[in-house]
Design a protein around this ligand. Structure first.
Ligand SMILES: CC(C)(COP(=O)(O)OP(=O)(O)OC[C@H]1O[C@@H](n2cnc3c(N)ncnc32)[C@H](O)[C@@H]1OP(=O)(O)O)[C@@H](O)C(=O)NCCC(=O)NCCS
Length: 142
């Protein structure tokens, strides 16, 4: 059974473990999640955390700061499920649009977002402070 719910303090041990697997050079720490001021969600399969997301709404604009699925659980539809959940949250919050930043080299994520109708708006040179990587700003009008 698959479920999505708000992330709580007890989840942070597993979430940060996945974070370190996915982003070994610049993982978010437990404090980063706690202090982010964002709504964080976990996706569970049979009670075990397989992914999580970071989301917030500001002035009728929703932002997706992160969607991450454990490496051994990728390409099984979980990313798509989390993204639909966030799109629903954005609609319920009466946002006009959803925005996100994605690494220009992250084709898997870009394809996922494009399949929901997100469009690339512009290229931010060296958006990622820690890696100096470039990002695309993507947007979905609601
Ligand atoms: C990006 C990510 C969230 C996608 O999650 P996922 O559970 O693997 O994706 P899904 O199985 O739901 O696939 C949804 C769509 O994503 C795209 N996609 C996912 N994996 C892909 C791959 N390896 N190659 C190409 N496209 C891929 C496809 O469009 C796919 O649709 P399809 O299966 O009908 O072709 C996941 O790969 C991930 O956690 N990556 C590391 C963290 C990350 O980069 N997050 C994004 C930060 S902005």
């Amino acid at each position: 059974m698959v479920a999505i719910r708000r992330m709580n303090f007890d989840d942070l041990h597993i979430v940060t473990e996945i974070e370190r697997l996915l982003w070994p050079n610049y993982p978010w720490t437990a404090d980063d999640f706690i202090n982010s001021g964002c709504n964080c969600y976990v996706l569970l399969e049979d009670g075990f955390i397989v992914g999580y997301s970071v989301f917030y709404v500001n002035n009728k604009v929703s932002f997706i700061a992160n969607i991450s699925i454990r490496p051994d659980k990728q390409r099984q539809g979980f990313g798509r499920l989390m993204l639909s959940y966030l799109v629903n949250k954005a609609r319920k919050s009466r946002s006009n649009k959803i925005e996100l930043e994605v690494d220009v080299a992250n084709n898997r994520a870009i394809r996922l977002y494009e399949s929901f109708g997100f469009q690339i708006m512009n290229n931010h040179h060296q958006y990622y402070a820690r890696t100096q990587g470039d990002s695309f700003k993507m947007q979905l009008r609601l």
